[in-house]
Ligand binder design. Structure first.
Ligand SMILES: Cc1ncc(COP(=O)(O)O)c(C=O)c1O
Length: 393
């Protein structure tokens, strides 16, 4: 056991830079002169809050990069998910299909709508929602009547499906689009982790009706805290903008709000940081790809741990690189986490599965044995862009 762990750590050290005495973080943000200049510009202009030129500029940069017609920037990815689900029509009493293996925000956003997450299993290659299993499960538990998908057991409407592109690896979207169309489910993509990931050449978040991005400090680019909804549907985008800006009717001085809206606006300060980061995104992505190539090479043929590569038909941003322990070596995980972190290599396990959390234990779910298996064997390893830079390691 100890030899197995030493062999993984030794292999990681062939990729990672030694020395300095500090832990190599899992994903570290990187800022430079442009970030400073744009932030200072905000401060000097006094436009630090939700009005200012950087919000519009950041949204335009997101559109230019992803190819989406519209982007609506908000204060974080969780708020983006909430509002996207609401605009997709999710209502109190509905159920929404969500992967069991995901970050808590995917499920919480469903709860914020008064709906119930209905957990589905993952695919071992993509690590994301498995369309074939979902199709089979719906065949057993749901029916479509008058264009509405209903859970036959609970009687609830199943109102949407939320695929999540795990660690940047895209879900099998062609298959999911087909399943979702047959079961009358709008797709809202949780693309929080997949800025710069493509499925068959199209940016993730653009294959569903809406896609959600996160710019939290640990993401490929960061705005400090931030998120966005991207969509090709201009009407939906207008609705998203209205609802996330307190539903205020445009007027020079009157405060008229025509429905219950949200103050989910991204401040200009955060957007300024985002604009500077967007300028670096292509460079970050190239470096992250180079880092992934190093991990792929050194773990090829490793007896205990395999590098989880990008799935077929996709181009991943490799947000977080991930290793999968051999099935009969799953019990190494706790000690491997202990020892890598003690050695100064920032690693972490995947999230506790949603159905194991107290507030979601009662929710409907299918057999989630692949998610259970993956959760016992996956480990994230340091993935910052600078680790892939030519002079690193
Ligand atoms: C899969 C997933 N969904 C949603 C979010 C929520 O984003 P935020 O932290 O910006 O609220 C995150 C990241 O934090 C995430 O990883």
């Amino acid at each position: 056991m100890s030899d197995d762990i030493s062999s993984i750590i030794d292999t990681l050290w062939t990729v990672l830079p030694r020395g300095g005495g500090r832990t190599i973080g899992l994903h570290e943000p990187e800022f430079g002169a442009t970030e400073r200049a744009y932030l200072l510009d905000c401060i000097d202009s006094t436009f630090v809050s939700s009005v200012g030129k950087y919000v519009d500029r950041f949204e335009q940069m997101l559109c230019d990069f992803t190819g989406a017609k519209r982007a609506v920037a908000v204060m974080n990815g969780t708020a983006a998910l909430h509002i996207a689900l609401q605009v997709a029509g999710v209502k109190t009493g509905d159920e929404v299909l969500v992967p069991d293996l995901t970050f808590i925000a995917s499920a919480n956003a469903v709860s914020y709508c008064g709906a119930t997450p209905h957990f589905v299993d993952s695919n071992a290659s993509t690590l994301g929602l498995d369309p074939e299993k979902v199709d089979r499960w719906l065949g057993e538990t749901a029916s479509v009547v008058d264009g509405v998908c209903r859970n036959k057991k609970t009687g609830a409407r199943i109102a949407a499906v939320v695929p999540m592109h795990t660690f940047g690896h895209p879900v099998d979207l062609d298959a999911l689009i087909d399943v979702a169309a047959r079961w009358k489910l709008p797709i809202v993509e949780d693309a929080a982790e997949s800025l710069g990931s493509y499925y068959k050449g199209k940016h993730t978040g653009r294959l569903g009706v809406m896609g959600v991005l996160s710019f939290n400090g640990n993401k490929t680019i960061t705005t400090g805290g931030g998120g966005a909804v991207i969509t090709d549907d201009v009407k939906l985008a207008d609705r998203l903008k209205h609802l996330t800006t307190t539903a205020k009717v445009k007027h020079a001085w009157d405060f008229i709000h025509d429905e219950v809206g949200y103050n989910y606006r991204m401040p200009n300060l955060n957007a300024a940081l985002g604009c500077a980061q967007m300028e670096k995104l292509p460079e970050f992505l190239a470096e992250k790809r180079a880092l992934a190539a190093k991990y792929r090479a050194v773990f090829a043929g490793h007896p205990v741990a395999a590098f989880v590569d990008e799935p077929a038909n996709s181009h991943s941003n490799f947000w977080l690189n991930v290793l999968l322990l051999r099935a009969d070596k799953a019990d190494l995980l706790p000690a491997l986490l202990e020892r890598t972190n003690a050695a100064g290599i920032g690693t972490r396990p995947v999230w506790t599965l949603m159905h194991k959390l107290p507030m979601y234990a009662h929710c409907p779910r299918m057999d989630v044995s692949t998610s259970e298996d993956l959760a016992h064997r996956l480990i994230n390893v340091p993935s910052s862009a600078h680790l892939g830079r030519a002079h690193a390691a």
